[in-house]
Design a protein around this ligand. Sequence first.
Ligand SMILES: [Zn+2]
Length: 342
Amino acid sequence: MARIQENPTIQLALSVAVLLVIVPLVAFAWQPDREPLDLDPVPEVTSLVLEPGQSVAAPGSSLTLSVKALFADGTGLDVTNGEDGASYTVSDEASVIIDGGGRFHVAEGAPIGQRIEITAIYQDQRATASILILYWLADTVHTNEEGVPVVTNADSITVIVNKERNLPASYEPADLVRPDVAFSSSGDREKHYLRQEAAAALEALFAAAAEDGIELVAVSGYRSFETQARIFEYNVRSNGGDEELANRWSARPGQSEHQTGLAMDVSAESVSCALEADFAEAPEGQWLAANAHRFGFVIRYPQGKEDITGYGYEPWHIRYVGETVAQQLTEAGLTLEEYFTR
Ligand SMILES: [Zn+2]
């Protein structure tokens, strides 16, 4: 060490090193507000505006929000993006992905009906906006070569099948299982099956009913395109060949919600397990109407909505849509068709 201290060249090099490296490092580390070496002080921000405050976005889509900072002197600055722009957080990172610069991407599997909150942060100021995950009815149907309107989201828990929206003839859910509930018919039949998520929800629904002293009976669930074709033909024949008449209450093949594997006709011994309007007056029917939404089901064809759903009142036909949508539908008194065209 003594030799080094005596060498003037090394001493000079050491001094230069201290000046060039250590002093700036220490100075940087000691910056009390931890701001990077910013020579232009940013004026104080009094508030942030994140727009639009509410938006609707479909799974798989992208959207852009803008952020404006308002200063004490009344001026404003767009801080949506850029190096010194706003940063963002989302309430559900699996459903909405931050793409940077105010751009957001909605995941394909984002749950329909969920509201995602986005927060923009700029200089200690925050602003929030909400995105409702939803698609429009018209965006989930296309007309095939035969001129038939076919849904594009057959596997979605919220798929809407009606007289204007067919399932593909070949559609069969891949996850059909037999729920462990009481059935009106014996054996192992096609109509005892539901898609996995709906089956689990039906078991929970029946168990909750039993706890309240209500004994529900499952009558008819999944129905293939071929089965529906046979049923419709039979109903047409028994109505003197009048297809229009039969179609008032019997679905054409491809237009039955039962083909989705998400619908179950439910009845009770007290009405001989019949699928008739009487069920609505029975204690079991009343319990079902009051509680189905808690388990993600809705009464799909309510009274007074025939013009919208295309079918008369069916107090026995419940449809699984997931808890979020079921709660919102029930609270608002909407049909599925209305929910997706608001
Ligand atoms: Zn039904």
